[in-house]
Design a protein around this ligand. Sequence first.
Ligand SMILES: NC(=O)c1ccc[n+]([C@@H]2O[C@H](COP(=O)([O-])OP(=O)(O)OC[C@H]3O[C@@H](n4cnc5c(N)ncnc54)[C@H](OP(=O)(O)O)[C@@H]3O)[C@@H](O)[C@H]2O)c1
Length: 334
Amino acid sequence: MKIAVSGFGTVGQGVAEVLLRRRDFLTGRYGEMPQIVLAMDSRTYAADPEGLDLQALIDRKKETGSVGKTGYSDSAELLSRTDYDMLIEVTPTDIKTGGAGLKNITRALESGKDVITVNKGPLALRFCELIGLARKNGCKFRFEGTVGGAMPIINLCHENLVGEHIRSIRGIFNGTCNYILSKMDKGQPYEQALKEAQQLGYAETDPTNDVEGYDTAAKVTILANSVFHKKVTVNDVKITGISKITAEAVAQAASHNMVIRLIGEVSETKLEVSPRLIPVGHPLSISGTLNIAQIEADLAGPITITGRGAGKIETASAILSDLIAILDERRGHA
Ligand SMILES: NC(=O)c1ccc[n+]([C@@H]2O[C@H](COP(=O)([O-])OP(=O)(O)OC[C@H]3O[C@@H](n4cnc5c(N)ncnc54)[C@H](OP(=O)(O)O)[C@@H]3O)[C@@H](O)[C@H]2O)c1
């Protein structure tokens, strides 16, 4: 399996690290190691048809800030002239236009390549189109890490819960918001909690996507399309963020033994992101940066999963599980 990686930032480097850490496992299972033949960041690329030295790649990116010495102008064009079987797309999420990720995924699927992504933008905007393109061209297209990072929700619904009618999914899908709200539970004002989240690297310098609920909305959109087979985009989600939550509102909730949490919800009739009152002790009252989801299935009843919604290795673990699923399907493993 020859892999092209678009984006060699946090998650891209995590993928390289995880492949190194699972070298023996992967070689044992498949008889050969999947090779990264192309890695690109925003300005440069490195390529080797025989497979790049992953440790050297990680070291070079860390030391020089660049993955290679050669520049390029168009990532989709670079993909077109590379011999690869699978694209791992981990460029930054852009939920307004889909960004480079949309172009790269489209180009890969049009060329008959399998795709794994954790980039929410393309799926939040063009889910049906991309799935259609994958089907038309016989490509595998997996995106477990787009929702909940390491928390396995999409594949759980598609695989273990395949015979269920899933009635609803409600969850906390943004660790930054949950961190801020947890700090507000302890009496910190919103601005101070946000500043602390930024200092700790949980929140971006521009936190709009997180605190206004757009990031959660993108994830809810992906669940709506992939689990509920709706044909929706992020623009169909009713969104209220957390930036207007006051210390008074949090204190009032506490006086009723409740906390406020930013909940993403999808069901047959709902597609919403909003702050909700959650009783203390309820699974969705979770504190800190963890993600959590409650799946309501008709036969199984409620199922709750929780896990790390972000992180270099955690997110790469979701990519690894997608990679193994594709390799198994392609190579006829059980
Ligand atoms: N970080 C997480 O824990 C996490 C969790 C779940 C999902 N995700 C998703 O994973 C994706 C990557 O996140 P990240 O944290 O790794 O971001 P990041 O650290 O900012 O890395 C993004 C990488 O993409 C490169 N890049 C930017 N524009 C590009 C372009 N046009 N063509 C090719 N490469 C380009 C950047 O290049 P430079 O290095 O030159 O800037 C960088 O290497 C995002 O879509 C994010 O939403 C991340």
